[in-house]
Design a protein around this ligand. Structure first.
Ligand code: ADP
Length: 220
């Protein structure tokens, strides 16, 4: 079963009197343990597609299924819960809180969950991404690659089925980018998550199972 599946997804934006058809009937699926990369020129619909996959936005037409459940008509509240339990996000600029330590940043998504103590899992995840000796460092005491590893550990804290990455190596040099891609490869194998990355970085194509090219709202 696919972790996430879009069927004939159309996304239109209203811009004054103009309707912008950003996705023109897209079929997409990603399964457990699969790493996909989405490429395409600027303005082709990559972010729009990532927002639909991440349940951050709804299609104008078509359906979205999460682990086999059609979630297209779900309320915002139900989608937020599903997003939190099933989807992890990694961004180009890491999105770490500067005053928190590495382990606190990883625990952050669970901080408001009553009765949940994810400290041990946070420590374990940081050890797994090679930061066992950096648990109490704040982001300014870490390199760019180490910050992205913290962000990756944080994205896994709720044991997601899908990890979405938006230009995750955009701020990293090529050697560090390869380290991060090795990390993604380990994660998809060990945790059986589906990894979907939007990127301009060519080296992704050496690591991915599938490359999806989108041009003008259409998958090629
Ligand atoms: P990409 O990520 O490939 O650069 P986007 O998904 O951001 O492409 O954008 C696809 C198209 O949709 C572009 O023409 C963009 O201008 C338009 N678009 C994206 N978001 C909005 C929005 N919130 N309102 C109006 N138009 C948008």
């Amino acid at each position: 079963m696919s972790a996430i599946e879009l069927h004939n997804a159309v996304k239109e934006y209203q811009n004054g009197d103009e309707v912008i058809r950003a996705l023109k009937g897209v079929d997409f699926s990603a399964g457990p343990g699969e790493m996909l990369v989405i490429i395409g020129p600027s303005g082709s619909g990559k972010s729009t597609l990532l927002n639909l996959i991440g349940l951050l936005d709804k299609p104008t037409e078509g359906t979205v299924s999460l682990n086999g459940d059609d979630v297209t008509g779900w309320s915002e509240g139900k989608l937020t819960k599903a997003r939190k339990s099933s989807i992890g996000f990694v961004f180009q600029d890491f999105h770490l809180l500067p005053m928190l330590t590495a382990v606190e940043n990883v625990e952050l998504p669970t901080m408001w969950d009553p009765g949940v103590d994810r400290h041990d899992r946070a420590v374990d995840l940081l050890k797994r991404v090679g930061l066992g000796d950096r648990l109490d460092h704040t982001p300014d005491q870490l390199s760019g690659g180490q910050r992205q590893r913290v962000a990756i550990a944080r994205s896994l804290i709720n044991e997601p089925d899908i990890l979405l990455a938006d230009e995750p190596t955009g701020n990293l040099d090529q050697d560090t980018a390869r380290d991060i891609l090795d990390e993604f490869t380990r994660i998809k194998d060990d945790e059986d998550v589906a990894i979907v990355a939007v990127t301009h970085d060519q080296i992704f194509t050496e690591y991915t199972d599938r490359t999806i090219e989108i041009v003008d709202g259409v998958i090629q």
